[in-house]
Write a protein that binds this ligand. Structure first.
Ligand code: SER
Length: 319
């Protein structure tokens, strides 16, 4: 990768991936785009307002900046997708088709995240294999499976260098996720610091895969820089790091903040989604084909999240 375009850079992943890639590849070589102005991203390097559903506008940015790799991060997440499935399909697949087409036309590599949401209730629950039954019951999952198939199709049919991972829920502290089922695992840290209590929308005993943002960012670069000759799979690799339930993360926070309280107000949509997803993925193929290895576990992540969020609120109060 030399000259990189990020589509949907204002979201949870993009806002941190932009900074991360600019450090590695040089600020002027990473073009951040989003449907809205994003002050911070524009300060650190090139930024363009881009509606990912506008194919011509996407081509024009790729041509102007001589882009050779695209990260398409546009997505409506699982819970919000259920509120308006048609819009979720149009946005998620519309942006992806434009990215695939522009990658084909200009010879770019393309990364599009897939998700644990690509699996459904008929997939094996524990150590879910790389290649297995994928019958998701959310529109988000339907889009992700479609995206994986399209990515493989464009690789086989046109030689487009498409690569992807099935991300677990991503836990981070720069930009909040919006409308996902795993969002609770981010919100719980903010509420622990802010309010000392948290109302959890997901049942206490449901396991889901999670990953800390620094590991997620590193995975993006390591996969995109991997030797293509070693890649048996492309779209998409199971990625695992940690798997826990709300009760487990609650206990981990209470070790550091003993007065922290958690109660439940179950959101039936999130409950159904969470219960339909795997407990934990088997990421052997990612480990073997491109050397994936997570560095963060729940304990270290909890220390870091609490410290960063505490600092955020401290400086807000100081302002
Ligand atoms: N974090 C996503 C969601 O909960 C899953 O990939 O929708």
């Amino acid at each position: 990768m030399k000259r990189i375009l990020i589509v949907g850079a204002g979201g949870q992943i993009g806002s941190e991936l932009t900074t991360y890639l600019r450090k590695i590849y040089g600020a002027s070589n990473v073009v951040a785009t989003d449907v809205r102005e994003c002050g911070k991203l524009a300060e650190g390097g090139p930024f363009e307002v881009l509606n990912a559903l506008d194919a011509k506008a996407m081509s024009s940015v790729v041509e102007r900046y001589k882009i050779d790799a695209i990260f398409n991060l546009v997505a409506l997440l699982s819970a919000v997708g259920e509120k308006n499935p048609q819009t979720a399909w149009n946005i998620n697949i519309g942006a992806l088709m434009n990215a695939l087409e522009v990658a084909r036309e200009y010879g770019c590599a393309l990364f599009t995240p897939s998700s644990i949401g690509a699996f459904g209730p008929t997939s094996p629950k524990d150590k879910t294999p790389q290649d297995t039954i994928m019958q998701p019951t959310t529109i988000y999952g339907v889009c992700k499976v479609t995206g994986e198939l399209l990515g493989n199709y464009y690789f086989r049919r046109y030689g487009v260098d498409t690569r992807s991972v099935r991300f677990p829920g991503i836990i981070s502290n720069v930009t909040l996720p919006g409308g996902g089922t795993t969002d609770y695992a981010v919100e719980i840290y903010y509420e622990a610091i802010k309010a000392g209590r948290f109302t959890c929308p997901v049942p206490g005993d449901v396991y889901m895969d999670m990953i800390y943002m620094p590991d997620a960012l590193r995975a993006c670069v390591e996969l995109m820089e991997a030797d293509p000759a070693r890649l048996v799979h492309r779209n998409s690799f199971n990625l695992a790091s940690m798997s826990f339930t709300p009760e487990i993360i609650y206990a981990e926070i209470r070790k550091r903040i003993p007065s922290f309280e958690m109660t439940y107000e179950i959101d039936p949509v999130k409950k159904a989604i969470a219960e339909s997803w795997p407990n934990s993925l088997d990421d052997t193929c990612a480990r073997e084909e491109w050397g994936w290895k997570p560095e963060w576990d729940l304990s270290r992540m909890t220390d870091d999240m609490l410290e960063v969020i505490r600092e955020k609120y401290r400086s807000e109060v100081a302002v």
